[in-house]
Design a protein around this ligand. Sequence first.
Ligand SMILES: [Zn+2]
Length: 391
Amino acid sequence: MALKFDLLSTHPSGARRARIHLPHQTVETPVFMPVGTQGTVKAVPQQILEELGPNRQGAQIILGNTYHLYLRPGHELIARLGGLHKFISWPRAMLTDSGGFQVFSLSKLRKISDEGVRFRSHLDGSSHMFSPEHSMDVQIALGADIGMAFDECTEYPADESRAAESLKYTMAWAARSLNHFRANQRKVPWHNDRALINPINPDGSPASQSLFGIVQGGMYMHLRRESAQRLVEMDFDGYAIGGLSVGEPRALTLETIAEVLPLLPKDKPRYVMGVGFPDEIVEYARMGVDMMDCVIPTRAARHGLLFTSEGRMNIKNRQFAEDPNPPDPNCACPTCSRYSRAYLRHLMQTGEPLGGTLNSIHNLAFYLTTMANLRAELEATPPEVAAPELK
Ligand SMILES: [Zn+2]
């Protein structure tokens, strides 16, 4: 066991208030994790990420992307520089994905076999092989607090036989990922570093990486149940639900989460990958999801879409050309406390990179504040009393 999970309260809706003790950070959940694909949360410096949200608590945990970092600058280079935390100067917790999603969504000429996936880089066409063992070696070299089992993200739509075949790979690869991870996890760059926030495992051994399994199965509930049950038998440190937000109707996303959550152990973290809009992440957290990540706040920001306490705002709209007000009058982020809607619109109109940066800072602050407010609400609501309705 590499992480310690404290379940503080469970509410009638299913919502959980919990605390995950990771080597680099104790993470308060439900938590939103900004995505740092290339070792950077796009356009936002690390020192600003550390201070966003209420009480300048900042982002507690961010994602790195195994596929991208493997191709550039390479996991071995990052390991030589002390691992991903040191390389990007991020002292708090990190999570790396398995690389599977990008292999399937970005790379060219994929060839899947029992061994793994052979693919051509989307950058230069060079040929690479990702197996479960190789994904683990890359993730151990990067050294995030949490790694993910190598999986195949089933596309949508996929017919039942295709989803079942895809799940067969994901399940075999999950077992191989876990075996290889357990045998090699002591190679993580910060093994034995006593300066960590949580340097000791619950069992007294030095802090180590954790590995989560990923529930797949497309939109077929019996495959999802089979996937969850078999992963739980393998005994991962936490469990993710993958293969959602791939174009399916929202009702299916909700149905899948509701089907899988009761099958997962209560004493381990639950993570839904790649979701969602602010109202969606609140809804999933209320169902009992502890962790979520998404590129939406930063991607939308670069296109001028802001999430505010008054709803969505396209800052490029003409109506903001002479608007001296802050983007969100109820937001205390560095963008809203200093800049006007008119200025942000001007930056977008002229294509200035500062526009994307200031918009991203606000959107991330809004997401982090949304989750902090939910945590505060859960703390203020006795678990035996029904939580108030959403919105
Ligand atoms: Zn703001």
